[in-house]
Design a binder for this molecule. Structure first.
Ligand code: NAD
Length: 455
C-alpha cells in the first residue's frame, strides 16, 4: 500500500520505518528540513535502538523516502497518517495547530479518496476537527472528494519503540460507522494485515473511544507511578521498604508487576502532557478529574525529592559542593529531555550554588540545548555544570553521586570503585538501582526512594 506519514518525529519515523518493514511504500514528510536532510544522508535524528537498521534497510529497498514536499506527500499516500506533535497549550489542553495544519494540507492537495489516520495523541473530538479542516479546503477548491478520518493512537515506548511497533500488545483503531467509515476500516485492516496475521489483536471501536483510549492508558500508567511514589515517601517515614512492598503487591495478577517502581518522578513527552490534556478535556465538560489532579501534583513534588534529600544532607547553601550526576534523559535508551526530572534537580542544585559533573550515555547534546533554555534568565549558572566523557569520569572530586536515570550502565557499575573515586562515599539514588545492604557493607551512605529503613 502507499502510505504517507506527516511528521517524521519519534512516532512518525518509527511508524513509517516499521510500515515499510512490513512491505508498504512509505513517504515520510516533515516541515523540518534539517531532519529530512539527516535522514536523506543516512542518519537518524533521534536515538532509538534498532531504528537505524530498519530505516537503512527500507531506504535501500526503495520502500521508504523522506521529503519536505507537501504536494508530493499528499499525492503519494492513499492513507495519510498524521503524526505531528500535540504539545500542551498554555492552559494544558493539547495544542492542535500542527494537526490542523497537516489536515489543511491534505485538503488543499488531494485529488482522490484518502483515509486519514490520526496517529498523534489527540483529545476526543479531534477527528471531527480534522474532517472539518479538510472539508473546508475541499469546499474552497469547489471539489467533492471522499475521505474518512480514523483514529489509531500509538502506544510505543521511547527506547523500545521499534519492538513495540512491530510487536504491539494491541492495535486500537477507531472509525466511523457510515459507508466511508466502513471503507476506511477495510483500508486500515489492510495496513495492519501482516500484524493481524501474526496474531496481533486489533480493537475496532468508534473514533471518540479510540481517541480517549490513549489518554486513559497514559493516565492509568502515570497514576500507578504517582501512587507508588506517594507510598514510597510514606514508607520512608514509617520504616517500610517500598521495594518489598512492590514485589508483595505486584505478584497479585489483579495488580500486576509493571509500573510500580518508586522513583524521582515521571517525565517525557507523553505522561505529563497527556494527564494535563485529559484533565482539561474533563474541565471542558464540567467534570472534575480529582485523581488525575493529584497524580500531577504528586509527580511535580516527586521531581523535587532528590533536591530535597540533598539539601537535608548538605544544607540549603550548596556553595563549594560538587555533585556527580548520572542520567539526564527522562528515561534510559533515549535522548529525550522533555519534562525530565534531571532538569528540576539541576535547576535546584545550580541555583543553590553547587557545581555538577553530569554524564548520560546519549542525552548530553540535547541536555545542553534544553538547559540553555532553562537558564535563559541566568546563563552564567550553566558554567557550573560540566559534562563528563563517561560515568566514572564524573566522579573525581564529587561530594556525592546523584542518580536520576536508570541506565543499565549505572545499575551495573562497580559501586566500590565508584566510592573510591569520590570525595565522600554518598549516593542519592532516584531510581533505587542498588541493594542497600551491599552499599552499607561497603561503607556507602545511601539515600534511595522509600527504602530508608534499610539505609
Ligand atoms: P516529535 O516532536 O518528535 O515529532 C513531530 C514532528 O512533526 C516534528 O518533526 C515536526 O517538525 C513535524 N511537523 C509539525 N508540523 C508538521 C506539518 N504540518 N507537516 C509535517 N510535519 C510536521 O513528536 P512525537 O514524539 O513523535 O509525537 C507525535 C505525537 O505522537 C504526539 O501527539 C505524541 O503525543 C504522540 N505520541 C508520542 C509518543 C512518544 O513516545 N514520543 C508515543 C505515543 C504517542
Amino acid at each position: 500500500m502507499k502510505i504517507t506519514i506527516i511528521g517524521t518525529g519519534y512516532v512518525g519515523l518509527v511508524t513509517g520505518a516499521c510500515l515499510a518493514e512490513v512491505g508498504h511504500e512509505v513517504f515520510c514528510l516533515d516541515v523540518d528540513q534539517r531532519k529530512i536532510d539527516i535522514l536523506n544522508n543516512g542518519g537518524i535524528p533521534i536515538h532509538e535502538p534498532g531504528l537505524d537498521q530498519v530505516v537503512a534497510r527500507n531506504r535501500a529497498a526503495g520502500r521508504l523516502q523522506f521529503s519536505t514536499d507537501i504536494a508530493a506527500s499528499v499525492a503519494h499516500g492513499d492513507v495519510q497518517f498524521i503524526a505531528v506533535g500535540t504539545p500542551p497549550d498554555e492552559d494544558g489542553s493539547a495544542d492542535l495547530q500542527y494537526v490542523v495544519a497537516a489536515a489543511r494540507n491534505i485538503g488543499r492537495h488531494m485529488t482522490g479518496y484518502k483515509v486519514i489516520v490520526d496517529k498523534s495523541t489527540v483529545p476526543v473530538g479531534t477527528a471531527g476537527k480534522v474532517a472539518a479542516a479538510i472539508a473546508n479546503e475541499l469546499k474552497s477548491r469547489a471539489v467533492d472528494i471522499g475521505f474518512s478520518v480514523t483514529s489509531n493512537p500509538e502506544f510505543l515506548k521511547e527506547g523500545a519503540a521499534v519492538k513495540d511497533f512491530m510487536e504491539p500488545d494491541r492495535i486500537v483503531i477507531g472509525h466511523e460507522s457510515d459507508a466511508e467509515g466502513l471503507q476506511a476500516q477495510a483500508v486500515m485492516r489492510e495496513v495492519y494485515a501482516s500484524f493481524e496475521a501474526a496474531g496481533r489483536k486489533i480493537y475496532w471501536m468508534d473514533v471518540r473511544s479510540a481517541e480517549f483510549t490513549k489518554y486513559a492508558a497514559n493516565a492509568m500508567l502515570a497514576t500507578r507511578i504517582s501512587f507508588m511514589n506517594e507510598l514510597a515517601n510514606l514508607a520512608d517515614k514509617v520504616g517500610v521498604d517500598i521495594e518489598a512492598v512492590r514485589q508483595g503487591i505486584g505478584s497479585d495478577p489483579r495488580i500486576g508487576p509493571s509500573f510500580l517502581l518508586a522513583g524521582c518522578g515521571y517525565g517525557g513527552s507523553c505522561f505529563p502532557k497527556d494527564v494535563q490534556a485529559l484533565s482539561r478535556t474533563a474541565q471542558e465538560y464540567g467534570h472534575d478529574l480529582r485523581i488525575l489532579a493529584a497524580v500531577e501534583e504528586v509527580n511535580e513534588l516527586q521531581k523535587q525529592v532528590l533536591g530535597k534529600k540533598v539539601h537535608a544532607r548538605f544544607g540549603t547553601n550548596l556553595q563549594g559542593k560538587r555533585f556527580a550526576l548520572w542520567g539526564l534523559a527522562f528515561k534510559p535508551d533515549t535522548d529525550d529531555m522533555r519534562a525530565a526530572s534531571s532538569r528540576v534537580l539541576i535547576n535546584e542544585l545550580l541555583r543553590a550554588g553547587a557545581r555538577i559533573a553530569a554524564y548520560d550515555p546519549v542525552a548530553i547534546e540535547e541536555a545542553k540545548r534544553v538547559l540553555a533554555l532553562d537558564f535563559a534568565d541566568a546563563p552564567q549558572l550553566i558554567e557550573q555544570i560540566e559534562f563528563a566523557s563517561d560515568h566514572m569520569a564524573a566522579l573525581p572530586g564529587a561530594d556525592a553521586l546523584i542518580i536520576v536515570t536508570e541506565w543499565k550502565l549505572f545499575r551495573e557499575a562497580d559501586v566500590a570503585q565508584v566510592r573510591d573515586q569520590m570525595n565522600a562515599a554518598i549516593i542519592f539514588d532516584g531510581r533505587n538501582l542498588y541493594e542497600p545492604a551491599k552499599l552499607k557493607a561497603l561503607g556507602i551512605e545511601y539515600h534511595a526512594i522509600g527504602r530508608a529503613i534499610l539505609t
